[in-house]
Design a protein around this ligand. Structure first.
Ligand code: NAD
Length: 340
């Protein structure tokens, strides 16, 4: 496809306008039309982007023959229906995270997109984050040895969602990161949460996961926390690292630290001795780039090359399966749920 790719953006709340900005800055894409059910959002869009067609009904975007691809930036509870309609209308889809909360719906949408030869991409934006990409490269180089565990914290005061809990809204990022770094899906999950602001919608969730090869993982998410944090610690047998997304200069720190069990024998029996080492801390160079720009560029390249985004299908199914299992565990007060 050599011509310009025309885009429709559905959902103009907090996040949708960022997509308009990014696509309008690419030389080979143009945002032709946008839609929202909120007249205030439409008025704001008309002021900011006077040349764009404004629609109060997204179906007009799906009907428009000149539009090749749509961005779905509406609340999560609407993603399944809108994505399905967009695929059936023959539009390539970039749906914001998460695609949906049910693995059955995820597999239906993935199957439909394959049958219709539609590119279906999900906004796993942290897979385009420079720090996370650096960590993936470091792990692939093998210097860390065997990974023991991962732990992440993602907190802030708001924004509070009304349609999904904090795990579905926030932990989807950490699960996509963990599944990608470990190239696997956890066997088990257990999640505890509490709803302080809205009945039945957990504002704070603590999640434990068990990945293959005895890798343990933990995620804390909350939109009811005084401090904004996006952090991760990874501990392996040869090295350790931390990631702090809010540290713009040096988000990744590599620690030459660790502990080994050494068996020693003395006259009066065998002893286990723990030997520890503490070497240098290295701050690798991390190129700064806007993740949304990289993600959306990848979407356009996938449409042009007709090559599906490389981690879709199994990856999206895996992430959705974990989200579904977290909800099950939350509803059963932290019950250990096997992810089949
Ligand atoms: N990748 C990221 O870092 C990131 C960041 C923020 C939000 N998001 C995702 O983007 C999506 C939107 O988040 P937000 O913060 O912008 O939410 P928001 O509530 O601010 O905006 C959603 C908008 O969708 C509109 N809408 C709802 N139903 C619609 C319909 N049928 N047709 C047209 N418009 C409709 C609403 O009126 C609202 O303006 C969510 O899925 C969220 O998870 C992703």
């Amino acid at each position: 496809m050599n011509e310009k790719i025309n885009i429709g953006v559905i959902g103009l709340g907090h996040w949708g306008p960022n997509h308009i900005r990014v696509f309008n800055n690419f030389h080979d894409t143009k945002v032709l039309a946008v839609s929202d059910i909120n007249p205030e959002c439409l008025r704001r869009a008309a002021d900011l982007f006077p040349s764009i067609q404004i629609e109060s009904d997204y179906k007009n975007i799906l009907k428009c023959k000149d539009i090749h691809a749509v961005i779905i930036a509406t609340p999560t509870s609407t993603h399944y229906q809108l994505t399905k309609e967009a695929i059936l209308a023959g539009k390539h889809v970039l749906c914001e995270k998460p695609l949906c909360q049910s693995s059955k719906q995820a597999s239906e949408l993935i199957k439909l997109s394959k049958e219709r030869k539609i590119i279906l991409m999900i906004g796993y934006i942290f897979l385009y984050n420079s720090g996370i990409k650096k960590i993936k490269t470091l792990l692939d180089e093998g210097d860390f040895g065997d990974i023991y565990y991962l732990s992440s914290t993602r907190t802030n005061l708001g924004p509070v969602r009304k349609d999904v809990n904090a795990a579905i809204d926030l932990a989807v990022h950490d699960i996509s990161i963990f599944n990608w770094l470990l190239e696997s899906v956890p066997y088990y999950v257990s999640a505890h949460g509490a709803s302080y602001l809205q009945s039945g919608i957990q504002d704070v969730v603590f999640i434990n996961l068990r990945y293959p090869n005895n890798v343990l993982a933990n995620i804390e998410v909350s939109w009811l926390n005084p401090k904004k944090a996006r952090q991760m610690t990874l501990v392996a047998n040869k090295k350790m690292l931390t990631w702090d997304d809010l540290n713009l200069n040096s988000p990744v720190a590599i620690y030459d630290k660790g502990a080994n069990v050494v068996s020693t024998s003395a006259d009066y029996g065998n002893f286990l001795h723990i030997s520890m080492w503490e070497g240098d801390v290295r701050l690798p160079k991390v190129e700064v780039e806007e993740p949304l720009k990289s993600q959306n560029y990848h979407f356009i390249q996938s449409i042009k090359s007709k090559e599906p985004v490389f981690w879709e299908d199994k990856f999206t199914y895996g992430v959705t399966k974990v989200l579904e299992s977290i909800n099950r565990s939350l509803n059963e007060y932290g019950k250990l749920v096997e992810i089949a």
